[in-house]
Design a protein around this ligand. Structure first.
Ligand SMILES: NC(=O)c1ccc[n+]([C@@H]2O[C@H](COP(=O)([O-])OP(=O)(O)OC[C@H]3O[C@@H](n4cnc5c(N)ncnc54)[C@H](O)[C@@H]3O)[C@@H](O)[C@H]2O)c1
Ligand SMILES: O=P(O)(O)OC[C@H](O)CO
Length: 344
């Protein structure tokens, strides 16, 4: 137990991809009753039959205590929700769950890392629009589902503007090996998680092009600077970006072949097209959908984000990979001071 706060007792986990499944198992470990919801009945039936999520988290047993369902009505009696649906589907799924709950005023921890393309909303704004009665929290940080499911040490940020409710989330999810740290800055946590996916694609491109680790480190540092400028422009705290959900997750995702976003970048760097790569996968690489909406939002706020712009152009197929590298390398030389300058 990490805190003396009362944990939530019955969790509804919305989304049975790899991360939803790993988080559902964490909830069971801290003693909660957990309902794992998937949108497809055949997926629910397969998981119930196999006691394994073979599609998204193979090799991990799902204990009998875990309730697995495709029925949103199972939210009845739950006292908290973890929403783990890819960012582009989160709004619709949250609205449907609100209806199933009878518009209940439940705490909802948003665990997706992206920006809704259609509305340019960050995840807390998506929740507010879809389910205004819900009390928002954000869970984000360096954490591969497979690592968490194996019980490997992991630390993340849990943001909730209400400290007491935040402590309840820490009590609900914290274990000896999974360490959530509280923050009040939901906007900063939402931005860190969304932007790091885009930067990871860029770092993968550097790897795919064989440009070397020095180039990748430079790109990470410049990418962090643009992420921090963007976050400050949207009212987030720069220290949040320096924490687990910002810099921490960027370090993990920008160097690891285990990352879907980094792997997408590697394939782009090797000359494949985004359309081809994404059509072959059934898992999400959130950075592909986030890059264009991120750059649009940045322009709206007067923040230049050249790394994100390059990723957006590459994913859209508007530019060749060689030209992306040339454009990044040919930017003018000038003082570094990344956080003092809001326009490059
Ligand atoms: N996997 C991780 O290690 C990890 C860690 C932290 C955060 N996240 C974040 O969690 C979120 C979910 O990712 P994941 O890795 O669990 O997904 P996944 O790639 O493992 O699985 C895909 C998920 O998308 C769902 N999906 C696909 N099409 C859909 C649709 N039309 N409507 C609703 N849902 C649909 C599937 O049902 C499945 O739950 C993402 O935002 C991701 O960035 C993932
Ligand atoms: O596989 P990725 O790139 O979606 O990254 C997963 C997690 O977000 C890492 O923290």
């Amino acid at each position: 137990m990490m805190t003396n706060a009362d944990p939530f007792r019955r969790l509804f986990v919305q989304g049975a991809g790899s991360w939803g499944t790993a988080l559902a198992l964490l909830g069971l470990q801290t003693g909660a009753e957990v309902v794992l919801w998937t949108r497809r009945e055949d997926h629910a039936a397969a998981m119930r039959g196999d006691r394994e999520n073979q599609r998204y988290l193979p090799g991990v047993s799902l204990p009998p205590a875990l309730t697995i369902t495709a029925d949103r009505g199972a939210i009845a009696g739950c006292d908290a929700v973890l929403s783990v649906v890819p960012a582009q589907f989160a709004g619709g799924e949250l609205a449907a769950l609100r209806e199933a709950s009878g518009a209940a005023a439940l705490p909802v921890a948003l665990c997706s890392k992206g920006i809704e393309a259609e509305t340019r909303r960050l995840m807390p704004e998506v929740l507010k629009a879809a389910w205004p009665e819900a009390a928002p929290a954000m869970l984000s940080g360096p954490s591969f589902a497979a690592d968490v499911a194996k019980g490997l040490p992991t630390a993340v940020t849990l943001a909730d503007a209400d400290r007491d409710r935040g402590e309840r989330w820490l009590a609900t999810l914290g274990t000896l090996t999974f360490r959530p740290y509280w923050s009040a800055d939901l906007t900063g946590v939402a931005i860190g998680g969304a932007v790091k996916n885009v930067l990871a694609v860029a770092c993968g491109v550097v790897e795919g092009q064989g440009l070397g680790e020095s180039a990748r480190a430079a790109l990470m540092a410049r990418g962090f600077a643009e992420a921090a400028r963007f976050a400050v422009a949207l009212g987030a705290k720069v220290e949040t970006l320096r924490g687990l959900s910002g810099l921490g997750d960027m370090i993990l995702t920008c160097v690891s072949p285990q990352s879907r976003n980094y792997s997408l970048g590697v394939a782009l760097g090797q000359g494949e097209t985004a359309a081809d790569i994404l059509s072959k996968r059934h898992t999400v690489a959130e950075g592909a959908k986030t890059a264009p909406v991120l750059t649009a939002l940045a322009r709206e706020h007067g923040v230049e984000m050249p790394v994100a712009e390059a990723v957006a152009a590459l994913v859209a197929g508007d530019i060749e990979v060689d030209d992306v590298v040339d454009s990044l390398l040919s930017r003018p030389l000038r003082p570094e001071s990344p956080l003092l300058r809001d326009k490059t």
